[in-house]
Each structure stands twice: as C-alpha cells, then as structure tokens.
Design a protein. Structure first.
Length: 367
C-alpha cells in the first residue's frame, strides 16, 4: 500500500499535478460520465465523444502545469488581445444560434467566449502583479476596462449570461487584490445604476427568461418550461433518488438539455438528495484545495490568478445549481467537469492546469 502511494506521488510530482485536487476533480468527472450515459439511454457514442474531450482537457492541464507562472504573466497581454480579436471575428463570422456563437475552422470549432473565462483573470492578475495593493482608484478603472471590453463583445453575440459570468470572474480578481471599502460601495452603486440600462439593452427572449424566473408557471409551456421540468426532476428524486438509469424526466425527454445545462437535475433525479450532497461536497473540497494553493502562492500574480480561477469555477457551479433549482434566472451555464461540451471542458481543465502550475513551481522556488 505504501509503495503504491509513493508511486502515485512520484508520478504526480513528475507531471507537476496536485494529486489531491486531481482526484477530487476526476471523481466529479466520473459522476458526469455515468450521468451522461444514463440520460443518453446508454448511447456509447455520446460518452466516447465526452471521453475524447476529457482526454484533450487532461493533456492541456498537464502541459499548462509544466509552464512557470511567470510565463503566463509574460504572455497575458497577447492572450487577452488575441481573445478580443476572436470575439470580434465571432460577431461577424460566428456560426450557431444567437446565444451560442462559435468560430468554425472546418476541422474543429470552439467558443472564444469560453477562453475569456481564463484570459480576463489572467490579464487582471498580470496588471496588478507589479502594482501597489490594495489598488488605487486609477488602477481599478483600468481593471474595469479590461473586464468591460470582452463583456460587451460577448453580450453583442448576444450571450448575456456568459458576459455576466466573465464580468464576475474579473470582479473576483479585483477583490482578491485587496479592494478598499469605499471602492466596494462605489462598485455596488455603479451596478445598481447600470441595471435599468442593461434591461433596456436586453432582447425580448432574455427579458422573458428573467420574468419567467419570478413566475415560471405563467408560461409553463414556453419560457418557464425548463425550470418547471428541472424542479420536477429534482423533487422526484427524493432522499435516495430513483436509481441509476431510472430517471423518467430524462428518459421521456421532459427535461431539456439534460446532458448539458441541466445535467445536475438529471443527476439529482437518479441519485437523490444524498447524491447531490456528495457532489456539492466534492466541489467544495476542490475549492478548499484550490484556495489553499492560492494562499501559499509566493507572489501577488500567482495568488490572484489561482484564487480567481478556482473561485470562478465554483461560481459557475453555484450559478448552474442556482439556475436549475430556480434561485437564479436561466443563463445557459454548464456545470464544470460534468456537462457535455468541448470548449467548456477544455477551459476548466486549462484553469486547473494553471492552478497546478502555481502549486508545483512554488514548491520548486522554495527548494
């Protein structure tokens, strides 16, 4: 047993991955795969496609873990402005439905908006790395501009949900830099003042989603359908669930997007409250481990970046769960490491690789 443990430790050290965080995440990935197999009624092709995407994500994670954090800081402006260029190209040449825009390169396609979930925190962490902290008001304004530019471009696609999430990830980075109370109050006042402007810019279907959040029963067969079916699926799971592959809401296609945005509802229907509690516990443990790495980081850049990335992943978890249980409007946010998807899976594994880079290289620097 000791030999086996040492062997795993040696491999993880060689690959520069944090074994504890890796094992937690892979447990979540496993739960996602078995849920995906169930909701697809045993369709192996869907699971195999997801396995390919997970493998690509794991390769990206290991490769990024080898890179010294200083190199991320060095290339952050190029990555950020490259991402901005891709967002502009998506507006003019993107394919797909209105709130799900892709760039198609024939051999593959991806969502540039997903990349900005990493590039925005990376740019802000790089900007604050050599600045006085807590940041001065001027530097807060510059950070706000860094956030607003991609957020507006993504909202233009239009993908308001992702724009809000990326804005939130940027705000997390600013908070981790150590923001003064007066600046927090100014930020809150700005957000409140921006709500009427944001509402006036929203499309009718986006307004309908927000209104259905308050009263989904008023349009039970339209904008409120997703939320109602999601609540039915979760509620019918009870304490222990209906059992693996026995979820009727998913099998009878009452629960829409059961392999992507609403996979949490499908999981809850089959595994019940106990299963949901286990899943949430795993996410919390991942955040605790990630924040432990962030706190021990040797410089401001690594601390802000790793902390922002792990908290951003957890934010997406909270948004997805809040969305499917009716605490938040439906914004189309996948559940990290579980939902079926390519670019989103690659993004969260890439974020994980950067966090592990911070961990492995801080250990090397201390030696």
């Amino acid at each position: 047993m000791s030999y086996s443990t040492n062997q795993f430790g040696g491999i993880s050290s060689l690959l520069k991955i944090d074994l504890k965080l890796f094992m937690i995440i892979m447990t979540i990935v496993f739960l996602g795969l078995i849920t995906l197999y169930s909701v697809s009624s045993g369709d192996n092709s869907l699971v195999l496609k997801q396995l390919v995407r997970i493998t690509v994500g794991l390769v990206a994670m290991v490769l990024l873990a080898q890179i010294h954090p200083d190199n991320f800081r060095l290339f952050s402006p190029f990555l950020y402005f490259g991402g901005i260029l891709l967002l502009v190209l998506t507006i003019f040449f993107g394919v797909g439905k209105s709130a799900d825009r892709w760039l198609d390169f024939y051999f593959f396609r991806f969502q540039p908006s997903e990349l900005m979930k990493i590039f925005v925190p990376l740019m802000i962490a790089s900007f604050y790395s050599d600045k006085e902290l807590p940041p001065r008001f001027k530097n807060l304004v510059i950070a706000a501009v860094i956030i607003i530019i991609p957020a507006l471009l993504i909202a233009k696609q239009p993908d308001l949900g992702t724009a809000i999430l990326i804005t939130s990830s940027g705000i997390i980075a600013i908070f981790l830099s150590g923001i003064r109370l007066v600046h927090i109050l100014l930020g809150v006042a700005f957000v409140i003042g921006a709500i009427p402007v944001l509402w006036s810019m929203m499309y009718d279907y986006q307004k309908s989603r927000v209104l259905s959040f308050f009263s989904p029963e008023q349009d039970a067969l339209g904008s409120g359908y997703h939320l109602i079916q999601s609540k039915i699926a979760l509620g019918s799971g009870g304490l222990f669930g209906k059992g693996y592959m026995n979820g009727t809401q998913s099998k009878l296609d009452f629960l829409p997007e059961n392999h992507t945005d609403f996979i949490f509802s499908a999981f809850g229907e089959e595994f019940g409250f106990i299963g949901v509690l286990l899943l949430i516990t795993l996410y919390v443990l991942a955040v605790i481990r990630g924040m432990s790495i962030s706190i021990k980081a040797t410089d401001n850049f690594a601390r802000i970046l790793s902390g922002t990335l792990i908290l951003t992943i957890f934010l997406y978890v909270l948004v997805n769960i809040g969305m499917v249980i009716g605490l938040l409007p439906i914004v189309g946010a996948p559940l990290p490491f579980m939902s079926y998807g390519g670019t989103s899976m690659l993004t969260v594994f890439a974020a994980l690789g950067i966090i592990m880079s911070v961990k492995s290289h801080q250990r090397l620097m201390r030696k």
